[in-house]
Design a protein around this ligand. Structure first.
Ligand SMILES: Nc1ncnc2c1ncn2[C@@H]1O[C@H](COP(=O)(O)OP(=O)(O)OP(=O)(O)O)[C@@H](O)[C@H]1O
Ligand SMILES: [Mg+2]
Length: 152
């Protein structure tokens, strides 16, 4: 892990800061501008949920590296009331408090991996990942490096 950022979420301004931090990290990791926008939008939804449904919490951002891919991890956590039914909350149009009920299912669609851990009365943690596709040149370079290591 080379980069880690934590943004406390207590106000609309913090939401904007979390969004900007996500976009900046995505850019540093080589995501396209379009992917940066998708990641920022998913961050907005989970940050808004912290404000509306839990009051306060935090968004953690970091990079993740595997042999053939790397990506961004977004963790949104709070100590709010928790979600009664995660299964219901992930359905389009289901909301407990007058919202459209599109935030969580929308964020899930924008990212590659999405998990929610929530204990009623004990807070919620949403973890989302998006992986970066390596471009063909980068892949070739990496394959050549690996071949050279074998022959070295
Ligand atoms: N951090 C959270 N803490 C407690 N409950 C949450 C949290 N996030 C989501 N929920 C619950 O899950 C439901 C669905 O969330 P979702 O973001 O999809 O919809 P919404 O926030 O109600 O409306 P929208 O996001 O479309 O404005 C919420 O109505 C709320 O009951
Ligand atoms: Mg929402």
């Amino acid at each position: 892990m080379d980069h880690e950022t934590c943004v406390e979420i207590e106000s609309d301004a913090d939401m904007v800061a979390a969004r900007a931090a996500g976009r900046a990290l995505a850019e540093r990791l080589g995501f396209s501008r379009t992917d940066g926008t998708l990641i920022a939008t998913a961050i907005s939804e989970v940050a808004r949920n912290i404000l509306v449904h839990a009051g306060c919490g935090e968004i953690l951002l970091h990079d993740v590296h595997e042999r053939d891919r790397h990506g961004i991890v977004v963790v949104a956590r709070d100590c709010g009331p928790g979600i009664q039914s995660v299964e219901l909350a992930l359905q389009d149009g289901w909301g407990s408090s007058g919202g459209l009920g599109l935030g969580l299912p929308g964020a899930r669609r924008l990212m590659d991996e999405f998990t929610i851990e929530s204990v009623p009365g004990d807070g919620t943690t949403v973890t989302m990942k998006k992986w970066r596709a390596r471009d063909p040149l980068e892949r070739l370079r990496r394959e050549r490096e690996q071949r050279e290591q074998v022959w070295a």
